[in-house]
Each structure stands twice: as structure tokens, then as C-alpha cells.
Design a protein. Structure first.
Length: 326
């Protein structure tokens, strides 16, 4: 065997070793992710009901029996527990309160091939309202849920009594919040591959930094991981849903904003003055310029996660909007 043949064999063996290492690493990451997902789902099982809506299986939680219904829509990467942590109990004594897991989020599924933008998700919300025969609920939308609430009201005004928007997405920002840049994955195939390999360990490693950015300047509730549903974001399906949602936003927001002026139901918006995720001037004051009848309220010194960090203030806000709506 000459030197060339020996060199080729060494290269071949090296390539085989590298391939084996990469394969074992990928398999290890997939097994680790699956194990974490199983542990999370055992710790935080679904607590509500399920209903089939246009090919999606929607999970929702219902509390209270009041004459007026509140339909609560969570934000990007969230789930129903963002509301059931502290807010629902403060509203259920007076209202019928329903919290949905948006398509793909929490324990809801998204129909195969379904669009994920706020306009498409608004159609799911409208279909949900009809399926449960809800009498013109007050839509309560936080963050991305605010955009979906607005889109529902624009497309189906007869379905909506009023809008109570909490730190909502209302306009298309020039750049996405830095904390969400890791979700900017255009390819559905790459999105799924990342969800089963890198997403969970990276989220665990960066947990404190991520939550600090989202909740800041306020502190993260000590029981957010369990009672607030934070651990549910560790599952592959949560990464896929959040990435799909965020990539679908740019196409929907400009045409949606062009129709805000058609809204005539009571609308109010609650923002934290120190929101680090969505600029309160862009998403609050700019919306007020398009809807002069809108009421804009501020929570001094507060950040983005108001349903968890300021539930008393949010409960009073929502109740006041419902009262305005009659």
C-alpha cells in the first residue's frame, strides 16, 4: 500500500468518524428534547376542553358564569396559563371567562398547511365564537393576541362587543424584538429540525436572559415555569408554532392597519411605559391616531407581561372596557 492509498484511507476513516459523531449528537439531542417534552407534559397537562375548528383541535379553559363573556387571546410563544396564572380568577366572579390556546400553541394544534398570520388566526377565533355560540364576547388580546383580536373585529365586527388590548402588537415594527430573532426561520423544514435538536437546550441555557428581556424591567414570577406555563415553551411544538407565527406577521400587519379606521366598537389599550418588547408609542399612540375614540391607559414603570405582573390593574382595565360595552 503506497502513501496515497494510506492517506485516502485515513481521510475516509476520519470522515466516517465525523459522520458518526454528528449522527450520535443529533440522535442525542432528539432524545433529550423528547424526554424534556414528556416531562413538561406530565407536569403541565391540559386543564380545559377541546373543540375541532376548521381542522385544528383547539384547547380552551372556561371559568365563571357571568352574563358578559370575555375571550382571552395570548401572545407569541404563550399559552392559556399566561392568563390563568393570576388574571382569570380576578375576572371569573363577574364574567364568563374563556381562554384559548391559539392554533399550534399550548395544547392546540394547527391544521396542516393552515396560514399562521393574525388574519388567518382571527378566522379561527371567529369560528370558535360561532361554535360555542358566544354572544359577542369582549376580546382581550395580549401582545400578538392583540393583533389577532383587532383582525377578528375588523373582519367580523358583529362577533365582537369590545376590544381590551394589553401591550398589543398593532403595527409592523421596523425590526422584530431582538429576543425573538432566534425564531426567524423561514424554512418549515429547518424550523422543525431546529425544534427537535437545538431549540430546547438553547432555551434552557438562555432561560434567564430570555425571560429577563420579556418581563423586564419587572421580575419574573417565581412560579412562572409551572403556574404560568413557562415550561410549555420547551416543547418542539412551541418553537415551531412561535417561529411560524412570527414569520407570518409582516405580510398581515400593513393591510390590517389600513382597516383599523372601520372599527366602531369600544376599544381600549393598556401599555406599560417601559415595555421592552413592543414600543408603546408605536403600538399604542399610533393606533390611537387611527381610532380617535380609543382609550389609551398607561401602567407607569411596567413592562410587557402585564397579565402576569399587574393582574389587578389588568382586571380593572378589562372590567372597565366591558362596562363601556354595556
Amino acid at each position: 500500500m503506497n502513501d496515497v492509498e494510506i492517506s485516502l484511507r485515513i481521510v475516509a476513516v476520519g470522515a466516517l468518524v465525523i459522520t458518526l459523531v454528528i449522527t450520535l449528537t443529533i440522535v442525542g439531542l432528539v432524545l433529550f428534547t423528547a424526554q424534556i417534552a414528556r416531562r413538561v407534559e406530565r407536569a403541565l397537562p391540559p386543564t380545559g376542553h377541546f373543540i375541532e375548528i376548521d381542522g385544528a383541535r383547539i384547547h380552551y379553559v372556561e371559568r365563571g358564569t357571568g352574563a358578559v363573556t370575555l375571550l382571552l387571546i395570548h401572545g407569541l410563544g404563550g399559552n392559556a396559563r399566561h392568563y390563568t396564572h393570576s388574571l382569570v380568577e380576578r375576572l371569573a366572579h363577574e364574567f364568563r371567562v374563556i381562554v384559548i390556546d391559539r392554533p399550534g400553541s399550548g395544547y392546540s394544534t394547527r391544521a396542516a398547511g393552515a396560514a399562521a398570520g393574525p388574519i388567518a388566526q382571527a378566522e379561527t377565533v371567529a369560528a370558535f365564537i360561532r361554535a360555542l355560540d358566544l354572544d359577542r364576547p369582549v376580546l382581550v388580546g395580549h401582545s400578538l393576541g392583540g393583533a389577532i383580536a383587532l383582525a377578528t373585529a375588523v373582519a367580523h365586527p358583529s362577533h365582537v362587543r369590545a376590544l381590551a388590548l394589553i401591550a398589543p402588537l398593532t403595527m409592523l415594527p421596523d425590526t422584530p424584538p431582538a429576543v425573538f430573532k432566534g425564531l426567524m426561520v423561514a424554512s418549515p423544514l429547518a424550523r422543525r429540525a431546529i425544534s427537535w435538536t437545538l431549540a430546547t437546550p438553547l432555551a434552557m441555557a438562555r432561560r434567564d436572559a430570555l425571560l429577563g428581556a420579556i418581563f423586564g424591567p419587572e421580575t419574573v414570577p417565581a412560579d412562572f415555569a409551572l403556574a404560568g406555563g413557562g415550561m410549555l415553551s420547551m416543547r418542539p411544538s412551541a418553537f415551531v408554532a412561535a417561529s411560524t407565527d412570527v414569520m407570518a406577521v409582516p405580510a398581515d400587519m400593513p393591510p390590517l392597519a389600513q382597516r383599523y379606521h372601520t372599527l366602531s366598537m369600544p376599544i381600549a389599550l393598556l401599555c406599560g411605559t417601559h415595555d421592552r418588547i413592543l414600543d408603546p408609542q408605536l403600538h399604542g399612540e399610533a393606533l390611537g391616531a387611527l381610532i380617535p375614540t380609543m382609550q389609551l391607559e398607561w401602567v407607569e414603570g411596567a413592562g410587557h407581561m402585564l397579565p402576569l405582573t399587574a393582574p389587578d390593574r389588568v382586571a380593572r382595565f378589562v372590567a372597565s372596557v366591558a362596562a363601556r360595552a354595556g
